[in-house]
Design a protein around this ligand. Structure first.
Ligand code: ADP
Length: 249
């Protein structure tokens, strides 16, 4: 919709760590429904920006807005309640629980509204059905009874994405979803990201440029904590400053 606020927006975002500026006046808009990749060399500030956008870090100055409303002043669970959810690069699954129980626990997370919580407790069957649907959606239907600890690296990522989906996010943030994977895992997770992006907005930090090329509608390139370029994938990858920054890395 023309004139609609971006799904997620950073305005003049700054983050200082003891005098070191890790995020330097970042302004960017993520449009509703797009897959947006944040890329850049090591140390460029991708993780810091990701943490600022998801409410896990408080900016030194500047604003983060979700569908036009400020969220940088809210606690992480309140941000989740407004429709933004993230997966963690460091695994957030309970290793000694089954795959299905991990999803069931997440479905009963206290970040949900109290009313939803009680109505779900009174409808455990519905909860189980939802868990099974999410597991099928992330390709873990036949793995439901396995212990999370026994999953492969790629399957753990699938489970983490499934856990994020329990919060019914309108905007999903994925931190390096394919890191540490072989080509088979990369292909599986890439397909999964494309699938979960249907009907929602996805922001991902990603190192693998062929994954970026395959998934991203638009990209933002960070360098020294600042936005070097942002726009349609095909435009940004031809930007001479972007080519120079990567060749010089
Ligand atoms: P990227 O994810 O692009 O590799 P990061 O956001 O992790 O970059 O880091 C950007 C810069 O900020 C790095 O120089 C890093 O050392 C620094 N940095 C990140 N987090 C902290 C912190 N908690 N304290 C001090 N410096 C930090």
């Amino acid at each position: 919709t023309p004139g609609a606020p971006p799904a997620l927006e950073a305005r003049n975002l700054v983050k200082d760590f003891r005098g070191f500026r890790a995020t330097n006046d970042v302004t960017l808009g993520i449009r509703e429904g797009e897959i947006h990749a944040i890329i850049g060399p090591n140390g460029a500030g991708k993780t810091t920006l990701f943490n600022l956008l998801s409410g896990f870090l408080t900016p030194t100055s500047g604003e983060v807005r979700l569908f036009g409303e400020r969220i940088d002043t809210l606690a992480p669970h309140a941000v989740v309640r407004r429709g933004l959810s993230r997966s963690f690069q460091i695994s957030s699954v309970f290793p000694t629980m089954t795959v299905r129980d991990n999803v069931l626990v997440a479905l009963q997370s206290p970040t949900r509204l109290p009313g939803q919580f009680w109505s779900r407790l009174s409808a455990l069957d519905a909860l189980g059905e939802r868990a099974d649907r999410i597991l099928a959606d992330v390709g873990l239907g036949s793995a439901h009874a396995r212990l999370a600890a026994d999953l492969s690296h790629g399957e753990k990522r699938q489970l983490e994405i499934g856990i994020s989906l329990t919060q019914e996010p309108r905007v999903l943030l994925l931190d390096e979803p394919t890191s540490g994977m072989g080509s088979e895992g990369i292909a599986r997770v890439t397909g999964l990201v494309r699938q979960v992006a249907q009907g929602r907005t996805v922001v991902l930090v990603e190192h693998n440029m062929s994954v970026v090329a395959e998934l991203a509608d638009r990209i933002t390139v960070l360098q020294y904590g600042a936005v070097l370029a942002s726009g349609a994938y095909d435009d940004v990858r031809r930007d001479p400053r972007v080519i120079e920054a990567y060749l010089g890395d």
